[in-house]
Design a protein around this ligand. Structure first.
Ligand SMILES: [Zn+2]
Ligand SMILES: [Zn+2]
Length: 163
């Protein structure tokens, strides 16, 4: 049996001082984030909205909104496909890109955040401690409440959940 990989605690933060790289499950798509402050403070947001949950195949999605020039995406076998999600709460389309071989979510883009990409963090060996949570009202009743995140009832930037 192979030694299982994927324990985030095996990767010290120093390893990602200059960049953080992850791949989709089949390995054809490589995403690298070039940002020296990825782990120096809380970054990214968890989203409990129903669309993110579907795409993540989970009860929450781990996302990072970041300037597109800080991200390199290598689509080595041309497997990156994009779904135009028009059925969003804001009414703005979300372009959701994924690997068409393994279905791994890679990124989203929306006209609401020009010049930025929303990376799906599940592909990375270690995910920074999240700063915010969107759609916190839509979290499942059995979820453990995270300490120290800014929790928005619905969309980020809107009304905050009372602690
Ligand atoms: Zn793949
Ligand atoms: Zn969402």
């Amino acid at each position: 049996m192979k030694t299982p990989e994927g324990n985030p605690k095996d990767h010290s933060i120093a390893e990602f001082e200059n960049s953080l790289t992850g791949t989709c499950l089949c390995g054809s798509i490589r995403v690298t984030i070039h940002d020296r402050d990825l782990f120096t403070r809380r970054r990214g947001h968890l989203c409990h909205c129903s669309n993110c949950r579907k795409v993540a195949g989970s009860f929450v999605a781990a996302n990072l909104i970041i300037e597109e020039e800080k991200v390199t995406i290598e689509d080595t076998k041309g497997t990156l496909k994009t779904y135009n999600d028009h059925d969003t709460l804001s009414g703005n389309p979300v372009f959701r890109s994924f690997c068409s071989i393994d279905g791994n979510p890679i990124k989203s883009e929306t006209p609401l955040s020009p010049g930025k990409v929303i990376l799906k963090m599940g592909i990375f060996p270690r995910i920074p401690e999240p700063e915010m949570e969107g759609f916190a009202l839509h979290a499942h009743p059995w979820e453990t409440r995270l300490e120290g995140t800014i929790k928005y009832k619905l969309a980020r930037g809107g009304e905050k959940l009372e602690e």
